[in-house]
Design a protein around this ligand. Sequence first.
Ligand code: GLN
Length: 486
Amino acid sequence: MELLTIDSVRTAVTGGTKTAVAFAEEHFARIVAEDGPAGPDSPDAKGINSYLTLSRERALAQAAKVDAAVAAGETLGPLAGVPIGIKDVLTMVGSAATAGSRILEGYRPPYDATAVAKLEAAGAVLLGKLNCDEFAMGSSNENSAYGLVRNPRALDRVPGGSSGGSAAAVAADFAVATLGTDTGGSIRQPAAFCGVVGVLPTYGRVSRYGLIAFASSLDRVGPFTRTVKDAATMLEVLAGKDERDATSSDKAVGSYVSDLEKPVAGLRVGVPAEYFGEGLDSEIRAAIERVLDGLRALGCVVQPVSLPHTKYAVPTYYVIATAEASSNLSRFDGVRFGLRAEEANTLSAMYRRTRDAGFGPEVKRRILLGTYALSAGYYDAYYKKAQQVRTLLTRDFLTAFEQVDVIVSPVTPTPAFKLGEKTDDPVKMYLEDIYSVAASLAGICGVSVPCGNTKDGLPIGVQIMGKHFDEGTMLRVAAVVEDLEF
Ligand code: GLN
């Protein structure tokens, strides 16, 4: 059966062949029957466990509104009637927001994230909140306080992280599109592992208002979809200046959907040798080679580029991201949000016990690392040094983009790994991010597009990175890659 796309749902809803309410009900029925729960720490349990909560009331009210607008002959938004899921690090009125953490248990945000509000204003039907690694820290979705998420393409494997629920829901037919966030790969990597499209917009392209912060200089909101055209549609809705996020850009939003029609012949495609070293799975390497052959056949000029500081990207990311996290997470103190430890007689005991009970082990590890990197006496050696290297990594890309229009690389060194395979070794887990974190540090845009499967049937993704605010060219290349035969 052909999976639904934004295009096909919108056409059916606006053409009156099927109602938005019917689409929503079908999705809820499938989620209830097949999604879970996997249950915390229960690798034997069935179910994908992608949704943490369903927002049935809000979804059905919105769907009915869309159907009424169709009946009244009104003009409908670009996402009219499209069932969409939201990563649980974004706020949505009427739903709990946990960020995958116990410390936010019981917190109900009083406002919508700008990205959430924009989707709904465009007609989307928001089905619920999606599982993720705690505070978006992880590469496997095994760090959620509400149970792991399974990869719909191979149930004994991870869906990737931290937006594992968002990628899995699109792959498992539990939503037509979803929102995720990407700080160091959390959209691109799970998209690659689950065989869907995932976009990292340029830093500043999409508002972060209403996003529960992990590392504010790196956090980005972006879509998961089944097709590149759907991703372009989502990005057009999401992008733009927001008075409530001072880092959002007022640069004009591109016509990403119509840009897809432009030819790719003559575009220059850079291939960085640093992204094809040892450690890269041979089937992934071969798949990327086939993508490059396909682009050559379409008239693209494929040429080497150099990103010489790439080997410093992972350590630089894990200093900056943890430093920012240690600061951002200080607000969870038992006073203002969610969980509060009982049986504490002093304020500082209450802080300590709340944070001890509320945060999981990976979050605690990062708070410790980040606090250390920022402490007097170590600041220059770690945080300041990392900021300097971040500048060098950014310059690498700016220089490369003087010679090419896009850069093509793997998204991940391996296909989706087994549940439990890397949980004992945090450094091994961090090295998963080797091809994704440099683009995060540089602020450029990137997309993961499916490009075939391994012999075992596991999805492979290719990463296409674009210049700051040049999502149009990046998606144009992604669209032809999606159409290649693998
Ligand atoms: N895997 C990376 C980390 O654990 C990236 C996470 C993300 O992008 N949110 O920090």
